[in-house]
Design a protein. Structure first.
Length: 277
C-alpha cells in the first residue's frame, strides 16, 4: 500500500487529507493519506526520512515550505522560482524531489473559471507579498501578464518581490490599492485578510472596470467579503477552493500513479467541510 502525508505545524486545519482520500476511494486505489504534525526544529529530519517512514511523498504546508525546498535532492524550476516547495516525492533511486504546484493550481483554476482574464492586456493588481504572491506572480507572468501592480502592507517586502520578478511588476502603496484598480483586468488577493479569524480586507472596488475579474485565494470562508462585493456589482469572481483542489493534482499523480480530476462533486465535498455549499 502506498502512503503519502501532509506535513505542517499546526496541520489540523489542512484540507489535503479530505481531497486525497476522496480520490483514493474514487479510483479504488490501495493507499493512505495522513496528517503529520511536525515541529519546525524537526522538519528537515522528518522530510529526509520520508522513505524510512513508509511514505512515497508528501504535501508541505506552513511553516515548512522553505525547509522542504532546502532538504530536497532535486528541486524543479517551479520550486526554485517560487522559493518554496509544497510537494515532495521519492523516485525509484530514493532521491527526494521537490516542486511547487501553487502557480499551477492558481492559473488552472483562473483559466477554468474566467478564461478571458487576459483580455486587452490590461494591468493586473495583486495584493500581498508572501509565498502565495510569489506563486501567483510567477503564474501570471508565465501566462503573459504585461504589467502587475503589487500592493502590500509592508512596502519593503513588496519592493523585494518586485525586484525578484523584474520590470513587469510595479509596486503601489497600500493606501493607493483602491485607486490602482482603475483600468485593471484582474484583481487577486493573496493575503490572509478576509480569512476566517483574520482582519477584513478593506478595499473599494468602485474604480475596477465592470468587465474585470476578482480572484481570492482565501477559501475559508469560501465566499469572502471581497468576492461578495465583486458579485454584487456584477463582476466575475473566482474563489480560492479551485486553486486548492488543482494544486493537489500533480502530487497525487506522483504518489499513486493516477492523474485525478477536479470535478464539481469534489468541490462540493470539500466545500461541505467549510460550511459552504
Amino acid at each position: 500500500m502506498k502512503r503519502a502525508c501532509v506535513i505542517g505545524w499546526p496541520v489540523e486545519h489542512s484540507r489535503s487529507p479530505i481531497i486525497h482520500r476522496y480520490w483514493l476511494k474514487l479510483y479504488g486505489i490501495d493507499g493512505a493519506y495522513e496528517k503529520e504534525a511536525v515541529q519546525p526544529e524537526q522538519a528537515r529530519d522528518f522530510i529526509r526520512s520520508l522513505g524510512e517512514r513508509g511514505y512515497a511523498g508528501a504535501n508541505v504546508t506552513l511553516p515548512h515550505k522553505l525547509v522542504a525546498l532546502e532538504a530536497a535532492d532535486i528541486a524543479d524550476h517551479a520550486a526554485r522560482a517560487i522559493g518554496a516547495a509544497n510537494t515532495l516525492w521519492l523516485d525509484s533511486a530514493g532521491r527526494l524531489h521537490a516542486t511547487n504546484t501553487d502557480a499551477y493550481g492558481f492559473m488552472t483554476n483562473l483559466d477554468e473559471q474566467a478564461s478571458d482574464w487576459k483580455g486587452g492586456r490590461r494591468p493586473v493588481a495583486v495584493l500581498g507579498a508572501g509565498g502565495a504572491a510569489r506563486a501567483v506572480l510567477r503564474g501570471l507572468i508565465e501566462a503573459g501578464a504585461s504589467k502587475i501592480l503589487l500592493a502590500n502592507r509592508s512596502p519593503a517586502r513588496a519592493e523585494a518581490l518586485a525586484a525578484a520578478f523584474g520590470p513587469k511588476v510595479e509596486v503601489v502603496g497600500w493606501r493607493q490599492r483602491s485607486a490602482a484598480l482603475a483600468g485593471c483586468r484582474l484583481l487577486v488577493n493573496t493575503t490572509s485578510l478576509g480569512m476566517t479569524g483574520q482582519e477584513p480586507l478593506k478595499i473599494d472596488l468602485a474604480r475596477l472596470p465592470p468587465d474585470a475579474v476578482v480572484a481570492d485565494i482565501v477559501y475559508s470562508p469560501l465566499e469572502t467579503e471581497l468576492l461578495a462585493a465583486a458579485r454584487a456589482r456584477g463582476t466575475a469572481a473566482v474563489d480560492g477552493l479551485g486553486m486548492l483542489l488543482h494544486q493537489a493534482v500533480p502530487g497525487f499523480e506522483r504518489w499513486f500513479g493516477v492523474r485525478p480530476q477536479v470535478t464539481p462533486e469534489l468541490k462540493a465535498h470539500v466545500a461541505a467541510t467549510l460550511g459552504a455549499k
